[in-house]
Write a protein that binds this ligand. Structure first.
Ligand code: BTN
Length: 321
């Protein structure tokens, strides 16, 4: 058996939270105990925390190296595709959607080389982050993808609060902030059905800066970007808890998404209320004050004594970004 296959098979066996003896691994895989021992040592050298020696082996839940086997065992989703590195998980899920994969297929990665942000921007996606995309097949019109994005923002804010015990705020539409820094971005991409005018499918992508990147954030975002943990990479346990909490919250909202069940929790976490902002419209920069969030998650601003609803785009906080 090829060395890399032995390693993958060993990971599958030892990621379930129980110690598995070297003898059992050897007989299951049809290799010698020495081959098992060598493969375990090679995995350790790659950064996997594998406990045990005499009694057997177990992949520690405090392991800091994410892997497919542990992700499949720990994440409560039926259909998970895990990639150590990918271009963009949103692009991966689009391909899966076109191939007919079912709703709630989840693609998760530790690093993206072509991470996509909103408004055609790049989303910086180095190691230490959590990048995932979910396939949705909602029965909604094109305009209502704002409902998905805002439900996802509340779900991720709640997941972050539950796992890190830090208060998370939402900057309309879909950025999550902790202590004044953006720690998470969300990008929902819809593919439309020309005949019905509705969504054929949607891809919901979430990127979280879990740990501060080894070399810091690039200069263009170093003043605005932050991470959930400032120190070294946290254990995989935490990454999976974030995904599980997110899925639990999001699934509950999604059942009745048309009714916007998340809107009051979205409002509670809004970062922008009362703030002076600027935004671009018709080639002009507008200055306004934020009044609140409307029932369809539109941002209500006051400009020259008039209330204006904004349902797309982006605002900047004056003297802030
Ligand atoms: C933004 O802040 O502008 C949105 C960022 C969304 C990033 C996530 S990471 C997972 C998924 N794959 C991508 O290429 N983008 C989204």
């Amino acid at each position: 058996m090829r060395k890399s296959l032995i390693k993958d098979d060993i990971l599958k066996e030892i990621c379930k939270g129980k110690i598995v003896s070297g003898g059992l691994l050897a007989s299951k895989l049809g290799v010698s105990r020495t081959a098992v021992w060598k493969a375990v040592n090679a995995l350790r050298a790659e950064g996997y925390f594998i406990s045990g020696e005499v009694g057997g082996y177990m992949l520690s839940p405090y392991n800091t190296r994410l892997c497919a086997e542990q992700a499949s065992a720990a994440i409560e989703a039926e259909n998970i595709i895990f990639k150590n590195e990918t271009g963009s998980t949103n692009e991966d899920v689009k391909a899966l959607a076109e191939a007919g994969e079912k709703e709630f297929t989840l693609c998760i990665s530790c690093r993206q080389t072509g991470g996509k942000g909103r408004l055609g921007r790049v989303f910086y996606s180095p190691d230490g982050g959590l990048y995932f995309s979910l396939l949705l097949r909602p029965r909604l019109s094109a305009q209502t993808s704002l409902k998905i994005t805002t439900a996802a923002a509340v779900s991720m804010a709640k997941a972050i609060e539950s796992v890190t015990k830090q208060k998370a705020k939402i900057k309309w539409v879909n950025d999550i902030f902790i202590k004044g820094k953006k720690v998470c971005g969300i990008l929902t991409e819809g593919v439309f059905d020309v005949e019905s005018g509705g969504l054929k499918y949607a891809v919901l992508g979430v990127g979280v800066n879990v740990a501060t990147p080894k070399d810091g954030f690039p200069a263009e975002i170093e003043n605005t970007a932050g991470a959930l943990f400032e120190t070294s990479t946290p254990p995989s346990l935490l990454y999976f808890a974030l995904v599980n909490e997110f899925l639990k919250e999001f699934r509950a909202y999604y059942e009745n998404i048309d009714l916007m069940p998340h809107i009051s929790e979205y409002r509670e976490r809004s970062l922008l209320d009362g703030k002076c902002v600027t935004y671009q419209k018709d080639g002009k920069t507008h200055k306004a004050t934020v009044c609140g969030i409307g029932d369809e998650a539109e941002l209500i601003v006051e400009e020259n004594g008039k209330r204006i609803p904004l349902s797309s785009g982006e605002v900047r906080i004056t003297d802030y970004e």
